[in-house]
Write a new protein. Structure first.
Length: 136
């Protein structure tokens, strides 16, 4: 693994929430340029080290966010679902995926095979709701 790939992977591993390519680039400082960051993120995703999802935020527009891909004891990829606050733009990890039974029902009812899914929720977090209610 190249120095740039290892550095990007380290940034993703230390992150507590999803990061955009721009976030990764800024955390790396002068270690590599933006093109290298984008190529490296694509490489890490392609090789199963990272995963990404696209999220639209009214303040930031549409961006792709990256997280480290974790594996369970059986080497099955585990992914997480996220809540994104529209006001403070913080992500909250909703934990491991728990919608397998729902996906099985969709697959059965609609006669198709589901290979992957993503779920991100967008709204207002408790802290921003509390701030809003105090301001009123």
């Amino acid at each position: 693994m190249t120095k740039a790939r290892k550095a990007v992977l380290d940034v993703l591993q230390s992150a507590t929430s999803p990061l955009s390519a721009k976030d990764v680039y800024f955390q790396l400082g002068d270690l590599c340029n933006q093109v290298t960051v984008y190529r490296t993120l694509h490489y890490l995703e392609e090789k199963g080290f990272a995963e990404s999802f696209v999220l639209h935020c009214n303040a930031h527009g549409t961006e792709r966010y990256y997280t480290i891909l974790e594996y369970d004891a059986k080497e099955k990829a585990r992914h997480h679902h996220w809540f994104h606050c529209e006001i403070c733009h913080q992500f909250t990890d909703l934990g491991d995926c728990t919608i397998d039974s729902l996906l099985e029902r969709f697959s059965r009812n609609h006669a198709f095979e589901i290979h992957d899914h993503m779920l991100s929720l967008v709204g207002v977090c408790k802290i921003c709701l509390d701030r809003s209610s105090r301001a009123n």
